[in-house]
Design a protein around this ligand. Structure first.
Ligand code: HEM
Ligand SMILES: *[C@@H]1O[C@H](CO)[C@@H](O)[C@H](O)[C@H]1NC(C)=O
Ligand SMILES: *[C@@H]1O[C@H](CO)[C@@H](O)[C@H](O)[C@H]1NC(C)=O
Length: 340
């Protein structure tokens, strides 16, 4: 019976995703209603075989570096996954988050607790040695996020390659990335309008909060002055609230996003939401909002389904507004700077 439900859900979700894809193809076709070959979205030009000849060792190099670094510091796994999200969230997956100059995305308030830049730099240096001027920083970051997921116990997926690196990075644009205080309507709108992703992707990708941590800065309003009431957020379990108050002496202290299994990629994140133990207000709202509560319950009870759908949604995320083809973007030599 359970599996039957999962099958139905899978069919419905995939139909939903398919209709979104076909709708966007029709929308971007210049000759609406005329029978012709459809105009493909840029992500259709990505391919898992893209570097097969030009850099056959690429995935081995990335995997070796990510696993060595994560072994030494497990907090890097969630950091890299989040870095990839913040890259794709602004101007698409073009490594714009990595550019390190005054006024770049990386310098924005919304980027203050991003980490993992040095690991990406080290991977890039090794890749340049073996395959000079060939592999984009955007592809490296995407692949590192996949490997970080697997190392934390999450699913594997094939990464489509062929992204170019962008040349523009503006701090003020980085502040459109959700910070954890938004309502579900604005999150769904942001995913749909800015990223071309669905509310399914929103719920499933939020599942990456099953690992990693947050600064107390991002949640202090929930503890002391929720929504201007001078009281804690009522949608929070009281024992959990007290634990967080103890752990959050300073804004710069860290607390785990998944209070039960903070380092394991599992469905405990979703299960916690049902017990009023989501860390971010936006996590907890996924459970209370009628549009997303059913999906949260599904993920909480069906780990295999979550894992499979997470892989699908991560590929969707990695496809957001990618730069492809000769006339778009460049292959950066160093991930922190555009080429001269
Ligand atoms: C949809 C809305 C989202 C919101 C509002 C949100 C918000 C946040 C916030 C506030 C933090 C903590 C930041 C701090 O240090 O203070 C965080 C951490 C994190 N986020 Fe999200 N996030 C969202 C989506 C995503 C997505 C789509 C991904 C990945 C696919 C992701 C992956 C992560 C990870 C892994 C961490 C932990 C980082 C670490 O331990 O260094 N988040 N998120
Ligand atoms: C959600 O947030 C947006 C942006 O802050 C706001 O305009 C809107 O009124 C909010 N909607 C609800 C239902 O609270
Ligand atoms: C926050 O406060 C506004 C008005 O003060 C209210 O309309 C809204 O429902 C509150 N939001 C939550 C999540 O309690």
């Amino acid at each position: 019976m359970r599996w039957f439900l999962v099958m139905i859900a899978a069919v419905l979700l995939n139909f939903h995703l398919f209709s979104v894809v076909s709708a966007s193809i029709v929308k971007h076709s210049p000759l609406k209603g005329v029978a012709k070959s459809p105009v493909l979205p840029p992500s259709a030009y990505l391919s898992t075989a893209y570097y097969q000849k030009s850099c056959p060792n690429l995935e081995a190099i990335i995997h070796e570096k990510v696993s060595a670094w994560v072994k030494r510091d497990p907090t890097l796994a969630p950091a890299i996954i989040r870095l990839h999200f913040h890259d794709c969230a602004v101007r698409g997956c073009d490594a714009s988050i990595l550019l390190n100059h005054r006024g770049s995305e990386r310098a924005a308030e919304a980027s203050r607790s991003l980490r993992g830049f040095t690991l990406i730099d080290e991977i890039k240096a090794e890749v340049e040695k073996q395959c000079p001027k060939t592999v984009s920083c955007a592809d490296i970051l995407t692949t590192a996020a996949r490997d970080a997921t697997v190392l934390a116990g999450g699913p594997f997926w094939e990464v489509p390659f062929g992204r170019k690196d962008g040349k523009i990075s503006l701090a003020k644009e980085a502040n459109i990335v959700p910070q954890g205080h938004e309502n579900i309507t604005s999150l769904i709108n942001y995913f749909e309008k800015e990223l071309g992703l669905t509310f399914v992707d929103l719920v499933v990708l939020s599942g990456s909060h099953t690992i990693g941590r947050s600064t107390c800065y991002s949640i202090k309003q929930r503890l002391y002055n929720f929504n201007g009431t001078r009281k804690p957020d009522p949608s929070m379990n009281v024992n959990y609230l007290n634990l967080l108050k103890k752990q959050c002496r300073l804004d710069t202290n860290y607390v785990n996003l998944d209070v039960t299994t903070p380092r394991t990629f599992d469905v405990a994140y979703y299960q916690n939401l049902g017990k009023k133990m989501g860390l971010l207000s936006t996590d907890q709202l996924l459970y209370s909002d009628v549009r997303t509560t059913g999906l949260v319950s599904l993920m909480a009870s069906q780990p295999d389904f979550f894992m499979g759908q997470f892989a699908v949604s991560m590929v969707n995320l990695g496809n957001v507004n990618v730069l492809v083809g000769k006339n778009h973007g460049e292959i950066r030599l160093k991930c922190n700077y555009v080429n001269y």
